[in-house]
Design a protein around this ligand. Structure first.
Ligand SMILES: [Zn+2]
Length: 193
């Protein structure tokens, strides 16, 4: 900050000096070079910040859980395998968490990653668990899904690629989003008080 303040003061002084004197070509060139340097410096800082934010949003490859289809089939109950590994959808109004009023976190059935908070759950009337935001942006991946003649955004676990459901833009405030999730794709971890 001290460095930028000095640069700013220097720019003002330089402007004063320049306007009080007759500007020759050499002086104008030096001034333009200085402005160009400042522009490049600020652009470089902005690019670095954007890059850092993008990195923070991605789930680290080294922490991902990768198994073959056969392995998932062996360890998952059939209804969970069909939804999470074959992009199935559980029947509406079969939500196993429908009566759950506990405070806690809904986690991925396949790998245990935290996905949604009970604080962000709402009754959408659709028959599937619905949330207006994810627990951590980094834990959930969203991809465009054009299957079944519809344009939807598929929601998956960022760590194990389990299909969870879809996200729509008709949710409540403050996000306006509705994460429509299959209950069989999740487990519930009660908060300890
Ligand atoms: Zn997972």
């Amino acid at each position: 900050m001290y460095y930028f303040n000095n640069l700013f003061i220097f720019t003002l002084n330089y402007t004063d000096i320049s306007t009080n004197r007759r500007l020759d070509c050499h002086c104008i060139m030096k001034y333009l070079c200085f402005i160009g340097f400042l522009f490049l410096l600020l652009q470089s800082c902005a690019q670095q910040t954007a890059h850092t934010v993008a990195d923070a949003e991605g789930f680290p490859d080294s922490l991902k859980i990768v198994k073959s289809d056969e392995e998932w089939k062996k360890i998952l109950p059939k209804e969970v395998y069909d939804v999470t590994r074959k992009e199935g959808t559980e029947c509406a109004f079969t939500d196993k968490f429908k009566e759950n009023k506990e405070v806690g976190i809904y986690c991925c059935f396949c790998c245990g990653l935290e996905l949604f908070s009970s604080m962000d759950k709402f009754n959408s009337g659709t028959g599937w668990p619905s949330y207006f935001q994810v627990y951590k942006k980094q834990h959930v991946r969203m991809d465009r899904d054009t299957s079944l003649g519809m344009i939807r955004d598929e929601v998956s676990c960022a760590r194990c690629d389990a299909h969870l459901g879809h996200v729509f833009t008709d949710g409540p405030k403050p996000t306006g989003l509705r994460f429509c999730i299959n209950s069989v794709a999740m487990t519930f971890k009660k908060s300890e008080r």
